[in-house]
Design a binder for this molecule. Structure first.
Ligand code: SAM
Length: 368
């Protein structure tokens, strides 16, 4: 199932047209508000890469404008002719507006803005959104959207997976606060990983049980069984996560772990009870194949699955690096004559070398 869902995400990355559900946005934002009710207070929030007329990001932030205490909400969309998937009908909202322009509707991006009570009904909400066409197609890299980015305090969106590296760079280079959805494969990109390692960005609160469901527009015929549900119109991806530099409480909750001795005796993983924690052949660390089996009394380097990041508490552990950077492939080449497939850690099992999945290397933080 995990593989199917990951393939699904890869396919979606080529299409980019999948839309976040309201409940997921609400649950995620609530986690930041729980930590700090003023996270968004008096802030300008930009929602780029959106389709404001039917985006749940726009809907959520507009509906909650007053509760969040926003100063200004801006959301922008990308012109249909610039998209890879061009199936599109303008909404009634657009066609019935005096601003509708048949020459612009397919080639221009749009901007929606919320700052004031335009209909004077005593509150600022979704009915007060004002809009117009952008000069260009709404590409987040265009000068006009870059200018909006520079005016914003917090950027929130589910950006196109196919441009994830560029999108992260776009935010980080402007030193903005952000909350975005990303593909877990992107966590070890060289543009992203050093920021995670330095605790400048981290995983958000997260999707329910790690499963993210998105509304998908496009050709669903290539999805593996179980990825696309025609009844709900939703696709299920297991490898999506929220990425942010906004504080939330969960990242400061230490993992509850057992000692090495107890893991070896009573731990729930037979693999560990039987084989222990082998040392890598090509790096000085022990292999810990499950996050819940990290021994809490081991002071050296430990290789753990990348999914550890969901549970990473910077007060408990530091991140030393990951296998892509640290694995000594010279040792492996000497032993095997060749070593294909990129740097990874290896262990020795019954006289043979076994190549492991990607690993992060972590180390216990000294007790304060
Ligand atoms: C994954 S979808 C998410 C849409 C919306 N933010 C949501 O979650 O409901 C990404 C959107 O970015 C748009 N997009 C693709 N390339 C873009 C670009 N260069 N600049 C701005 N938007 C882009 C896609 O057309 C798509 O609508």
């Amino acid at each position: 199932m995990a593989n199917n869902s990951n393939l699904g995400a890869a396919k979606a990355a080529k299409n980019d047209e999948f839309y976040t559900q309201y409940a997921d946005i609400q649950k995620e934002v609530n986690a930041y508000l729980e930590y700090n009710p003023d996270t968004f207070r008096d802030k300008t929030v930009l929602l780029p890469c959106d389709d404001p007329e039917w985006s749940n990001f726009t809907r959520f932030f507009a509906q909650n404008f007053e509760r969040l205490g926003l100063r200004r909400l801006i959301s922008t969309s990308y012109a249909v002719e610039s998209k890879k998937y061009k199936d599109y009908e303008p909404t009634l909202f657009e066609t019935e507006s005096p601003l509708f322009d048949v020459d612009k509707t397919r080639i221009k991006g749009k901007i929606f803005e919320l700052t004031r009570d335009t209909n004077q009904n005593g509150r600022i909400d979704i009915d007060d959104l004002e809009w117009h066409y952008l000069e260009g197609d709404g590409d987040f890299r265009s000068p006009e959207v870059c200018k909006l980015r520079d005016e914003a305090d917090i950027i929130v969106t589910n950006p196109p997976f196919s441009l994830f590296r560029e999108f992260i760079d776009w935010i980080i280079s402007a030193e903005k606060q952000f909350l975005i959805i990303g593909n877990r494969n992107g966590l070890t990109y060289k543009e992203v990983f050093p920021l995670i390692q330095d605790n400048k960005i981290w995983l958000g609160y997260g999707f329910e049980a790690g499963n993210a469901f998105f509304k998908f527009n496009g050709d669903t015929s290539g999805f593996a069984d179980g990825v696309y549900n025609p009844e709900t119109g939703l696709v299920k991806f297991r490898n999506c996560c929220w990425l942010t530099n906004l504080e939330h409480g969960r990242r400061h909750e230490p993992l509850r772990l057992m000692s090495m001795k107890d893991n070896l005796r009573y731990g729930r993983h037979a693999q560990i009870r039987e084989n222990g924690y082998p040392h890598y052949v090509n790096y000085n660390a022990i292999e810990v194949p499950y996050t819940d089996a990290i021994p809490d009394d081991y002071d050296g380097n430990m290789g753990v699955p990348v999914s550890f990041l969901d549970k990473y508490c910077p007060e408990q552990f530091e991140i030393v690096g990951h296998s892509l950077q640290l694995a000594d492939m010279g040792i492996i080449k000497k032993r095997l004559g060749k070593a294909g497939g990129g740097p990874r850690f290896y262990i020795e099992e019954n006289g043979s070398l076994v190549r492991l999945f990607e690993r992060l290397v972590i180390r216990k933080k000294p007790q304060q």
